[in-house]
Design a protein around this ligand. Structure first.
Ligand SMILES: Cc1ncc(COP(=O)(O)OP(=O)(O)O)c(N)n1
Ligand SMILES: Cc1nc(C(=O)O)sc1CCOP(=O)(O)O
Ligand SMILES: [Mg+2]
Length: 210
């Protein structure tokens, strides 16, 4: 398992960026304190997704910020990304590692506590609590973990825990105190009037709560 020093994880959605260019929003977010980025552009076809991933990789390399690719192993390999994030309806962690033995960061969405016992979770470098709070940004989720759910999973595993789903400056401190290691954010940064400032404020809440 790789080490996981990341605290503020931006998950992209260009449609949430209020008409601004995605690269501009990501760069601002990184300047504000984002230290891990996932490209998740569900509406793009394979070719356009690869093109955007390569563009984002070039940008993030300048800041030494790792890029994670959502779902798509071929795009992750072709872009020389740092890792991949998958859920229960995607290629399995075992199949990823068969084709990408030195995958740096393999993320897996944990939807049920019982799934902690599965190979998928065992092979992951981090577990995403999916969702910590239900969110309009992704509607096909199951029950929300809430703060109590984070604490209950924290007691069962030493794996890094990433909280995702309606994470904001307002709830960041409580999520960290409940046991999450890292916060993953879409709209609280992508849809903020000032994404750099929004990232900075969330990052400050995280640092204060550690
Ligand atoms: C950090 C992080 N956590 C959870 C998810 C959701 O992944 P998944 O369940 O595979 O759903 P989609 O993102 O593919 O719609 C994520 N992408 N990132
Ligand atoms: C990409 C994603 N995955 C989720 C999960 O629950 O697995 S929730 C989500 C979107 C999070 O968006 P926002 O920060 O705008 O709430
Ligand atoms: Mg997925």
């Amino acid at each position: 398992m790789s080490t996981f020093p990341y605290r503020l994880y931006l998950v992209t959605n260009e449609q949430s960026c209020l008409g601004r260019d995605l690269m501009e929003v990501v760069e601002a977010a990184v300047k504000g304190g984002v230290d891990l980025v996932q490209i998740r552009e569900k509406n793009l076809g394979e070719e356009a997704f690869l093109k955007k991933t390569l563009q984002l990789k070039e940008l993030l390399d300048q800041y030494n910020v790792p890029l994670i690719v959502n779902d798509n192993l071929q795009v992750a390999l072709k872009s020389k990304a740092a890792g991949i994030h998958v859920g229960n309806n995607d290629i399995t962690p075992a199949a990823i590692l068969e084709q990408w033995s030195d995958c740096g960061i393999l993320g897996y969405s944990l939807e049920y506590a019982e799934h902690l016992q599965r190979t998928h979770a065992a092979l992951a470098d981090y577990l995403a609590l999916s969702p910590v709070f239900s969110t309009p940004t992704k509607k096909d989720t199951v029950t929300e973990w809430g703060l109590e759910g984070i604490s209950s999973i924290r007691a069962l595993t030493h794996k890094p825990l990433v909280a995702i789903g309606r994470v904001s400056e307002a709830n960041a401190a409580n999520i960290i105190k409940a046991g999450a290691d890292c916060l993953a954010v879409v709209s609280a940064i992508c849809s903020a009037p000032d994404p750099a400032r929004a990232a900075e404020k969330i990052r400050n809440e995280i640092e204060k709560s550690l």
